[in-house]
Ligand binder design. Structure first.
Ligand code: GRF
Length: 204
């Protein structure tokens, strides 16, 4: 099958600011990620700024309130139903702070990606999110940190690594300055890794 002009459907799951979402939106309009389109952005938080970013770019948004579901499995089943309707090829977690459970993991096996703001396997796991990651890196006096794009599996931050970018930790870094610097690298790494992965998944 000739897939050279194929455009793949992405869903992006967020909980907050959505600066990675923004970089993915921007990249779909350039060579960096011109083989993908974002069909839907889903948030578990009604006030996630990323929802506004999506709306401004005429991307469909959906706020799914966890309190309306008996449990996480039912919540994720509903996500799967939505993703199937949208014919989603790849699910992108971009600052999504909810654990992914079996229905979603099973249906989108090897088709869910995440970005994490450290050099995994270092500084990953359940409590390692947001500023906690960078606080731990500085406390451990690491010389380097960075960011990692990986495939999502049932074990948090443990799935196969697709790409990493190394970033120096400076002597005068605070968790906030380090977070900001790494975030800039994330914005570059995530879209280009998504493009490569889509080719690996569907075109080999
Ligand atoms: C990023 O640091 C990402 O690595 C982590 O959550 C943060 C999300 O930031 N998973 P944003 O919402 O994309 O600005």
């Amino acid at each position: 099958m000739d897939t050279s002009n194929k455009v793949y459907n992405l869903a992006v799951l967020i909980s907050g600011n959505g600066s990675n979402l923004q970089s993915i939106i921007d990249s779909t309009k350039t060579n960096t990620l011109n083989n993908a389109v974002i069909k839907i952005v889903i948030s578990n938080k009604h006030d996630a700024y990323g929802l506004k970013r999506a709306e401004e770019n005429n991307i469909k948004t959906l706020f799914m309130n966890p309190v309306n579901y008996d449990n996480d499995l039912k919540y994720d089943k509903e996500i799967v139903n939505t993703l199937i309707k949208e014919k989603i090829d790849l699910v992108i977690l971009a600052g999504y702070l909810k654990i992914i459970t079996e229905p979603l993991l099973k249906h989108y096996n090897k088709r869910i990606l995440n970005i994490h703001p450290s050099l995994l396997p270092k500084f990953g796991g359940a409590k390692m999110y947001g500023i906690n990651v960078h606080k731990s890196v500085i406390k451990s006096k690491e010389k380097y940190s960075g960011c990692t794009v990986h495939i999502v599996t049932k074990d948090i931050d443990c799935g196969p690594i697709l790409a990493q970018e190394k970033v120096n930790v400076l002597d005068d870094d605070t968790p906030e300055t380090l977070a900001k610097r790494i975030l800039n690298y994330e914005h570059n790494l995530y879209p280009k890794t998504i493009k490569q992965y889509l080719c690996t998944l569907y075109e080999e």
